[in-house]
Design a binder for this molecule. Structure first.
Ligand code: C2E
Ligand code: CA
Ligand code: CA
Ligand code: CA
Length: 284
């Protein structure tokens, strides 16, 4: 795969700008990384603020390059989405998550649900529901131990492309199976809130851009308060993302936010470290 990447690179490079060059290079080496098992999955806990217990683990993909070290998903996920590589990559993450859960259970840990980030293209091109059904059944895990995290735009795209005459769509089918659904980066999607009526989502994750200045910015404070009030009426759980300081946590607690995720509690870590979180460790 690397050879093929190089050839492409030479043929087209005179007319390519540097951004496109980087894209092609990343695409080729990501393909290569998938084949050579250089993709890993790390986990970050979501915490119940009151009990300090881990309620969910979020799976976050990692690409470990022998020369460059860890490459951030913010660099390669958008390219994987554009090139369609997100489908095999997403499938790899799903397989790894399910095998990690099976091995934690085998080692005697009590599982919590694991949240997996799902791109719009994964919802559209592959039958995610059938795959989740197949993989969970093979490992004797309940689909309700999985949560998918979708951005608001992914939610809308699947609505447009998948809704057929029977009114079913991928997200509804996943929920019927028992899979939990979370809206990721909530508040950044510039979308209407009508989907909250149509789909019963399980939780909203308030984007960390609203949490960062929560303590000093009265607008952010008002937005977070409004999201919490709305979600409470709709009986949807709310998770604050990117909590880094005690004062942010205190502000969230005062606003009545029950769940949080962020470096204050733990950074994403290996599957072995995630198992420590499962074994009754309280955090903070
Ligand atoms: P996300 O889903 O919003 O994930 C949260 C990101 O915030 C993660 O970055 C996490 O490491 C980081 N984070 C957690 N706590 C804090 C904090 O307190 N402060 C700050 N500054 N950051 C914090 P990461 O792992 O680099 O992932 C970036 C994005 O890449 C994710 O954002 C998600 O959109 C995407 N992504 C990651 N893994 C996957 C995957 O398996 N599939 C898909 N489709 N997308 C993925
Ligand atoms: Ca996420
Ligand atoms: Ca997020
Ligand atoms: Ca994000």
């Amino acid at each position: 795969a690397k050879e093929r990447g190089r050839n492409n690179f030479q043929v087209f490079s005179p007319v390519m700008d540097s951004k496109l060059k980087e894209r092609v290079a990343i695409e080729a080496s990501l393909r290569d990384a998938l084949e050579k098992s250089r993709i890993e999955v790390h986990y970050q806990p979501l915490i119940d603020i009151e009990t300090r217990r881990v309620v969910t683990l979020e799976a976050l993909v990692r690409w470990k390059d022998p020369e460059e070290g860890y490459i951030s998903p913010t660099r390669f996920i958008p390219i994987a989405e554009e090139t369609g590589l997100i489908v095999p990559l997403g499938d790899f993450v799903l397989q790894r998550v399910i095998s990690d859960m099976a091995s934690w259970r085998k080692q005697g840990s009590v599982l919590v649900p694991v949240a997996v980030n799902v791109s719009a293209a994964q919802l559209q091109r592959a039958s995610l529901r059938a795959r989740i059904e197949e993989l969970t059944r093979a490992s004797d895990l309940s689909p309700s131990m999985l949560q998918i995290e979708l951005t608001e735009s992914a939610m809308f795209e699947q609505q447009d492309s998948r809704q057929d005459d029977s009114g079913t769509d991928e997200v509804s089918e996943l929920r019927t199976l028992g899979v939990r659904v979370a809206i990721d980066d909530f508040g950044t999607g510039y979308s209407s809130l009508s989907y909250l009526k149509r789909w019963r989502v399980d939780c909203l994750k308030i984007d960390r851009s609203f949490i960062r200045d929560l303590v000093t910015d009265t607008n952010d404070h008002a937005i977070v308060a409004a999201i919490l009030a709305m979600a409470q009426h709709l009986r949807i759980k709310v998770i604050a993302e990117g909590v880094e300081t005690w004062s942010q946590l205190e502000a969230l607690r005062r606003l009545g936010c029950r769940y949080a995720q962020g470096y204050l509690f733990a950074e994403p870590g290996s599957a072995a470290r995630a198992r420590d979180f499962l074994n009754g460790h309280r955090i903070g």
